[in-house]
Design a binder for this molecule. Structure first.
Ligand SMILES: [Zn+2]
Length: 148
């Protein structure tokens, strides 16, 4: 279970990264943060693409950020918005599902507002019928965090 202190640190990181949003089509800035099993937090912001499919959600950028630092074991993903509770989109939930299959640990999803209020949901609540690969199950489980 994620602690209040961990959530507060994630909110701080998501608030910082939100301002880097690389947007020119959408008018909505998002910040996100990923907490790894090692207790590290990686931020992300959304980005638009001139070609729409090149854009990314803040959560996806944060997951890639954690991955690029050798983290496959994800404990929680947080998305932040100024005014209302937002949760990851279906694509992001499916990617989180893949990380859940790798780590075999339940991943919590936190929706936070910039004022510090938040809601916690499990991935299974938000994506109850997520796709878990049987073909790649063993390969997914073989990814372990790198130690620095
Ligand atoms: Zn998304």
């Amino acid at each position: 279970m994620i602690s209040k202190e961990e959530i507060e640190k994630m909110i701080e990181v998501a608030n910082k990264t939100e301002k880097f949003a690389y947007i020119f089509k959408s008018s909505h800035r998002f910040g996100a943060a990923v907490l790894t099993a090692k207790g590290e937090i990686f931020g992300g912001c959304n980005m638009d693409g001139v070609i729409s499919s090149l854009g990314s959600c803040a959560e996806m950028v944060a997951l890639h950020h954690a991955l690029a630092h050798g983290n496959y074991d994800i404990k929680a993903v947080l998305v932040i918005d100024e005014k209302r509770y937002e949760f990851p989109c279906g694509s992001c939930l499916q990617l989180i599902c893949q990380f859940q299959q790798s780590s075999q640990q339940k991943i919590e999803i936190i929706s936070a507002k910039t004022n510090g209020e938040y809601l916690i949901k499990s991935l299974d609540e938000l994506l109850p019928l997520g796709y878990y690969s049987t073909s790649f199950e063993e390969k997914l489980k073989s990814f372990k965090n790198y130690d620095d």
